[in-house]
Design a protein around this ligand. Structure first.
Ligand code: GLY
Length: 373
């Protein structure tokens, strides 16, 4: 795919639109849109797992434009999350998703000591979820009947960079040791022979023994939830970047090859690669997240010729930008047709991390990214 002029055009359109969208939504922490207008999770659920992505978007936009408006909103999002640190209800395995795009981003750019402290508190809490017998980080909090104490989910691969950051920052290896142990457990228990990944695995929390897997947000047990595939893909690339251990790069490539082999002709990604043929449901977030991971693999391999990883990333991003992006200035979101879950969740809506990862992927290509993971 030699013509890359469209990438700069898309980046310019993002900047033009987001200046207006950010100004209109100052003070909010958006998750999705209703009639094209952002909702506000700071009002109805400050603990929600996606509440760091708006701040992350603002940091990426600040990096790409140097507009103070983005900086101001990024800091506001981070400060609002202090309620989560105090309530402790929203502290869980998603601490990485909340404090990497906010506090770690802030600390990387400004050196703010309060941001460093927030991120270290979140990292310590994440490390505290580690189950020594099973070598995994526990996923969700108590759901009422305590039957999920031994659950781990593939999404958590994306939270590990908070632990890598904590070790890099404090020189204390324990955080990284926990992250590596979790990644090794995932290789052994989640990644299938064909390169696909399970979503949820249940272990005995006392002995650490494998019990069973669940289909989770995908179509069924044994299926291939696409956002889970993209969390695995990008997550293992990130573990490689922080450890430089080729084992993790090989896993990332295996998952990437599976993902690439399943990209439909349209370049648009279904909710599950094994959903029934007559089901047309899509999830654009899987596409944007996978594109980020594929670009990173390409950069690591520094391929000069037949770069299947970059080609696939460009296919995904071009399809999104041509068919799934809303450039209307009165509409708050950009990326459309994002899906929460195959069953218990909304289908084909706008979701904030669809916009976040789309921007991050485009910024990787225009060399404007603030690397936050
Ligand atoms: N981490 C939750 C999700 O991907 O929906």
């Amino acid at each position: 795919m030699s013509d890359r002029k469209w990438i700069k055009k898309v980046a310019d359109k993002i900047k033009e639109k987001e200046l207006i969208v950010a100004k209109r939504n100052k003070g909010k922490i958006p998750y999705t849109t209703l009639d094209g207008q952002f909702d506000d999770k700071s009002v109805d659920d400050i603990n929600w797992w996606t509440n760091g992505f708006w701040g992350g978007m603002m940091w990426q936009l600040y990096k790409g434009t140097k507009e103070d408006l983005f900086l101001e909103i990024a800091k506001d999002n981070e400060e609002q999350l202090d309620k989560v640190l105090m309530e402790a209800k929203g502290l869980d395995h998603d601490n990485g998703f909340k404090w990497l795009p906010t506090s770690v981003a802030n600390y990387k750019v400004t050196g703010d000591k309060a941001s460093r402290n927030r991120a270290l508190l979140a990292a310590n809490n994440l490390a505290g979820r580690y189950n020594l017998a099973g070598g995994f980080i526990r996923a969700w909090n108590d759901n009422g009947d305590s039957n999920n104490i031994g659950w781990a989910i593939i999404d958590c691969m994306m939270n590990l960079p908070l632990l890598y950051w904590a070790t890099e920052e404090t020189k204390d290896p324990r955080f990284k040791q926990i992250a590596i142990s979790h990644a090794n457990t995932v290789i052994k228990n989640f990644i299938r022979e064909d390169g696909s990944s399970k979503h949820i695995v249940e272990f005995d929390p006392n002995t650490g023994a494998y019990i069973k897997s669940y289909g989770g947000q995908g179509y069924a047990e044994g299926s291939s939830w696409t956002r889970g595939q993209s969390w695995a893909l990008y997550g293992f690339v990130l573990t490689y970047l922080h450890t430089k251990d080729e084992t993790y790069l090989e896993v990332a490539k295996k998952v990437a090859k599976y993902f690439i082999a399943n990209i439909p002709e349209s370049g648009l990604i279904p909710v599950d690669f094994r959903q029934p043929d007559d089901c047309q449901l899509e999830d654009s977030t899987a596409s944007a997240i996978a594109a980020c991971g594929l670009i990173e693999i390409s950069k690591i391999l520094n391929d000069k010729g037949d770069d299947v990883y970059m080609d696939a990333a460009l296919t995904l991003l071009k399809a999104l930008s041509e068919k799934r992006c809303n450039w209307d200035m009165d509409t708050d979101h950009i990326v459309e047709k994002c899906t929460e879950a195959f069953y218990r969740g909304k289908h084909e809506i706008a979701i904030i991390y669809g916009d976040y990862y789309f921007i991050e992927a485009i910024w990787k290509l225009t060399a404007e990214e603030l690397f936050i993971w």
